[in-house]
Ligand binder design. Structure first.
Ligand code: 6R9
Length: 649
């Protein structure tokens, strides 16, 4: 842990919308009187019918979360229409292609045109308010059009990351009972093509067997690849939008009408459909975007995430556009054509605010400083980090080399479930400590609790809970409210449990230490160990599997798999390769196992529970501290696992 403190730079403070005393005053108000605080800040978005009720939330019993519940609004209207008078000709989206020669700028007026046309194409094909639309797209502007078009007509979008396999896509289509899919012929990342339409066709076949009924697939041309065409089902985007009307009135949505579903991994079972609603989500996404990045009118803002993750939803599309910002959408990867790409794009588009993930920072740090220092980066003012704990070395490099010691780093802690940033510095208000997400945002009440649920005070370690609701919070697990209650509100009565461990220091700063459940974080992507295990046991040669994370220099955590083979199957390197391929096919490349160890047996308690604590220690090559193994059914298996460990230092 780093002891260094970086004071708020004077010019950052002078420029900032929120300084330290405003932060303290607003924070106190937001906790002492959330009704009054959010009643005021709810007005930052436009309402067709203003709300009279502000907060109606309970973390007990059936758990019910409602914000601004009698207000009527529309997210697409707030992200586009309301800006047209003042900023019709301002650039809304700068699109930077995978190929550095490929870019384009879309003004708010052009965005309005594109979104209305697409909304009409959906309507003309029978998509109605409340229907679920699956979006499986590369990082092209049409992905943002698709989100906003859904929001405009009240359809609920479910974006599936373009790196997911047909199986993973099928599962999400089935769970959401989507009837309409938007995809593209192919994606393009780092010069490589991603067969999105081929995957979609496969996914629909799989989903059909599980009862899904997909009526239409709207296909955007990206690479122009020759793709199979299903007459009557598939629709060519370019032809359809050219014919469609460019006028589409935004649907009047209740604040609590669903906006989107986004699937995320938990410690058990299938990925959960995290459901976010309309009013509270947009208020929270836009407010955090403005204050956390100290966004000012005219700034060029770039978040490098993919729209397939929540960061892309809240901080590429909804937050920035609600604020009338210019948001940059990047199709490519950090190291293509070279590790200088990010900084070249920063210079090319004069980016002021840059938001990325620690895994990218670590990878670029490894590529050497020259790629950075040969660029100017003078436009940069604020840097951001999200997705996993940032180690102090990477933080210092980001601060000193990328930001030339000028730019505050906002290390933003949040989750798919939280809709927006919960713990973070504000660049003009909060002194920084490398590796700490620092202090809570307005309205957020963190609590550290011990295993028994006792609330711990002062400087301490504990499980991170949030004691009361904030407007951006998820409302339910789509189609399974009981699972919502069980997952987030059953461990500690009356509190939202985040699944993260955390330390609070003597200054009240929060330091997220990582997940305390069976979720691992690989390059900022959340993965349930159970998902990888179920992919492994689906292989004909595998009888049992246990998966744990281990520290990885670039990815943050790597995936370590213990695999027990079926009787008669011989272990081999070939089989290992086949298992890696198999997991990639089942879930996607982001779930590729880093290490596979064949294990004749797994350490289990007498009641049959796998002791993951032990497996984690062995994967970390730290078996000197295995702790109590006396409850194991067969302690001898541990010796074999240690002897054949893959991570020998
Ligand atoms: C936004 C996002 C959520 C999990 C979360 C935590 C980890 C995210 C972090 C961080 C330390 C940060 N996490 N940001 N850990 N410092 N600044 O990443 O959502 O994909 O749902 O992941 O990521 O463990 O619980 P999601």
């Amino acid at each position: 842990m780093s002891a260094a403190v970086y004071k708020v730079p004077q010019d950052a403070e002078a420029r900032a919308k929120i300084n330290r005393s405003t932060y303290e005053q607003w924070y106190a108000e937001s906790i002492d009187n959330p009704e009054a605080f959010w009643s005021e800040h709810g007005k930052r978005i436009d309402w067709f019918k203003p709300y009279t009720k502000v907060k109606n939330t309970s973390f007990e019993g059936d758990v019910s979360i409602k914000w601004f519940e009698d207000g009527l609004t529309n997210v697409s209207y707030n992200c586009i229409d309301r800006h047209l008078d003042k900023r019709g000709d301002q650039v809304a989206i700068i699109w930077e292609g995978d190929d550095p020669a490929d870019d384009k700028k879309i003004t708010y007026r052009e965005l309005h045109d594109a979104v209305c046309r697409l909304a009409n194409v959906m309507k003309d094909n029978g998509v109605k308010k409340g229907d679920r639309v699956t979006i499986y797209m590369p990082m092209i502007a049409e992905a943002a059009y698709a989100m906003l078009a859904c929001a405009r007509i009240g359809a609920i979008h479910s974006i599936v990351f373009g790196g997911f396999s047909p199986d993973a896509l099928a599962g999400r289509i089935v769970d959401a009972a989507s009837t309409f899919i938007i995809t593209s012929d192919e994606g393009l990342r780092g010069g490589k093509k991603v067969p999105l339409k081929v995957n979609t066709d496969k996914a629909i076949e799989i989903a059909k067997k599980q009862g899904a009924d997909v009526a239409n697939v709207l296909v955007v041309k990206r690479t122009g690849a020759d793709v199979a065409w299903h007459e009557g089902r598939d629709i060519a985007y370019e032809e359809a939008v050219a014919k469609a009307s460019a006028t589409c009135e935004p649907e009047q949505m209740n604040a609590e009408d669903p906006l989107f579903i986004l699937y995320t991994s938990g410690s058990t079972g299938k990925p959960k459909g995290v459901l976010h609603t309309t009013g509270g989500y947009l208020v929270y996404a836009s407010m955090t975007h403005e204050y956390v990045f100290d966004y000012h009118d005219g700034d060029i803002y770039w978040c490098t995430a993919d729209v397939g993750w929540v960061t892309g939803h809240s901080y590429i599309v909804y937050g920035p556009l609600a604020n009338g910002a210019t948001t940059l959408m990047f199709e490519g990867v950090p190291n293509y054509p070279s590790p200088a790409r990010f900084w070249e794009v920063v210079d090319k588009h004069q980016v002021n605010i840059f938001y990325t993930a620690p895994t990218a920072i670590r990878a670029l740090m490894g590529a050497g400083n020259d790629h950075v220092t040969k660029t100017s980066r003078e436009s940069l003012r604020t840097l951001g980090s999200v997705g996993e704990p940032i180690n102090p070395e990477a933080w210092e490099w980001y601060y000193n080399i990328v930001g030339d010691k000028r730019c505050p780093i906002v290390d933003t802690w949040w989750q798919t479930e939280t809709g927006g940033i919960l713990i973070t510095p504000l660049p003009g208000a909060i002194d920084l400590k490398p590796g700490s997400a620092t202090l809570p945002f307005f309205g957020v009440k963190p609590e550290l609790v011990d295993a028994e649920g006792k609330v711990l005070e002062g400087a301490t370690d504990g499980n991170l809970c949030i004691a009361d609701s904030w407007p951006g919070q998820m409302r339910t697990v789509y189609g399974d409210h009981e699972r919502f209650i069980q997952t987030y509100f059953s461990a500690y009565k009356g509190k939202y449990f985040t699944g993260d461990g955390c330390r609070r220091d003597a200054d009240g700063y929060y330091w997220i230490t990582g997940r305390v459940d069976d979720v691992i974080n690989v390059s900022g992507h959340r993965m349930g160990t159970a998902e990888v295990e179920s992919a492994l046991v689906a292989h004909e040669s595998v009888s049992e599997a246990a998966v744990v994370g281990y520290p990885h220099d670039v990815k943050g955590q790597g995936i370590y798999c213990y695999v027990t083979l079926m009787g008669g199957v011989e272990p081999s390197d070939e089989l290992k390769k086949d298992l890696v391929k198999h997991v990639r096919n089942e879930i996607g490349p982001i779930a590729s196992p880093d290490k596979i160890q064949f294990a004749p047996g797994l350490p289990k308690t007498r009641s049959g529970k796998i002791m993951r604590r032990i497996l984690r220690k062995i994967a970390e090559d730290d078996f000197g501290a295995l702790g109590d193994t006396s409850t194991l059914a067969d302690p001898a298996v541990v010796d074999d696992l240690i002897e054949h460990r893959e991570n020998r230092k």
